[in-house]
Unconditional design. Structure first.
Length: 404
């Protein structure tokens, strides 16, 4: 006997639906440009945001443009023994604004601006002036500005390379041992306060990653998200992405779907997930991100979760009560679609990031060259169509079968 039960949706910690559009800081059709150094160039948090927008706003369109450039500063400073003078964003900002015509600009500098040296009032002043000049140009071009603090410098990751105060010179290869505590923290705190005083949203990536490190190191003392102290890995970018959403007024939530139990004599429960979708996941994440959790209260013994004739997994009564992370079921059709969407999102953002960077132009040697702009645009359009199909809300029919 097969019974179909109603689904009760309980909102817990990650949304399957988008926040109210009037509260979300981005509007339908807007173009968002990201400018920053190598951590912006890496761009994974931008791809995570793209995945979020595709699945949470499937009927809307947002264009995210990554113009991050490795080694760059907003202060115009460069250490003496850097392989080449660090590029200054102000040498390309006017052209970037002219070509991209952004509605919103997210700006993230600071990691390179302290030149990996002990704190200096002179360098700090150049950083402050550089940020203010950047904002002025963006606003003159008609764009809203969102500030982002730099990721923390993890001295623990390069403890054999850091050097103490009083050294003759410092660089990214030989950084000051307290560069994060005495320099980046000061720069980040100033940026947060400047944003508050002048009504600019601030994505505090520095605080977000530090909080993550503190939590994780209580369990794993040598845990880190950076191999070289400068560049966060995918888990660091995940924490930055979470803070991006919070700043955009999109609270991070998980949705729990509880399937009502049948009678004690029933061996099978059928149900449908209507207009359902999963957030595409980065397969390199090691931090847990549960998108949607399916619970079956009151079940006893082992059960099999099925999609048609396909077995998704076997679970005990305890596991069913605690909840099944649907995104972890790799053979579930929604997970397969999300995984395919992730690959295409990653490809699209890689192609267009380099294409835009080359199109705008810069002065950093050794940077990969992107495809000719019009060719990249055609590829982007094709990829976007496929991504939209994969991210479209779909109905999925499942059933829970009790094992003998």
């Amino acid at each position: 006997m097969r019974l179909t039960f109603a689904i009760l949706v309980l909102t817990l910690a990650w949304p399957t639906t988008a926040p109210a559009q009037d509260k979300f800081l981005l509007k339908d059709g807007e173009r968002v440009v990201f400018l920053g150094d190598s951590n912006t160039f890496a761009g994974r948090f931008i791809t995570y945001l793209d995945a979020y927008l595709c699945t949470r706003y499937p009927t809307m369109r947002f264009e995210l443009i990554n113009l991050g450039l490795p080694s760059e500063t907003v202060s115009g400073l460069s250490e003496a023994d850097h392989p080449y003078p660090r590029p200054d964003v102000h040498t390309r900002l006017d052209r970037a604004l002219e070509l991209t015509k952004p509605n919103v600009v997210v700006v993230c500098y600071g990691m390179n601006d302290g030149i990996y040296s002990p704190f200096s009032e002179e360098r700090f002043k150049k950083y402050q002036d550089g940020v203010k000049k950047f904002i002025e140009k963006c606003e003159k071009a008609g764009a809203r500005v969102i500030l982002m603090t730099p990721a923390p410098f993890e001295s623990q990751a390069v403890k054999n390379k850091v050097i103490p105060k009083g050294a003759e010179k410092y660089s990214y290869q030989k950084p000051y041992e307290k560069y994060d505590e005495e320099v980046l923290t000061v720069y980040s705190n100033w940026l947060v306060e400047f944003g508050k005083k002048n009504n600019y949203p601030v994505i505090d990536a520095h605080a977000a990653v530090l909080a993550h490190l503190e939590r994780m190191r209580k369990v794993v003392p040598d845990y880190r998200v950076s191999g070289d102290g400068i560049h966060p890995d995918v888990n660091g970018h995940l924490e930055i992405f979470r803070r991006v959403l919070e700043t955009l007024n999109a609270k991070i939530k998980e949705t729990q779907i509880a399937i009502a139990p049948g009678k004690s004599t029933d061996t099978e429960t059928s149900f449908t997930l209507d207009a359902f979708q999963l957030l595409p996941r980065d397969p390199k994440w090691t931090s847990n991100l549960s998108d949607v959790r399916l619970t079956f209260p009151g079940r006893q013994g082992k059960h099999t979760l099925m999609e048609g004739d396909k077995k998704l997994g076997e679970f005990t009564g305890e596991q069913l009560a605690a909840g099944i992370d649907l995104g972890s079921l790799v053979t579930f059709s929604a997970s397969v679609r999300a995984a395919e969407a992730w690959k295409l999102l990653e490809e699209k953002n890689r192609i267009m990031g380099l294409a835009w960077l080359t199109h705008v132009g810069h002065k950093r040697p050794g940077t990969p060259v992107g495809l000719p702009f019009e060719e990249a645009r055609k590829k982007e359009k094709s990829l976007e169509e496929e991504i939209r199909k994969l991210c479209k809300p779909t109905d999925y029919k499942l059933r829970l079968v009790k094992l003998p």
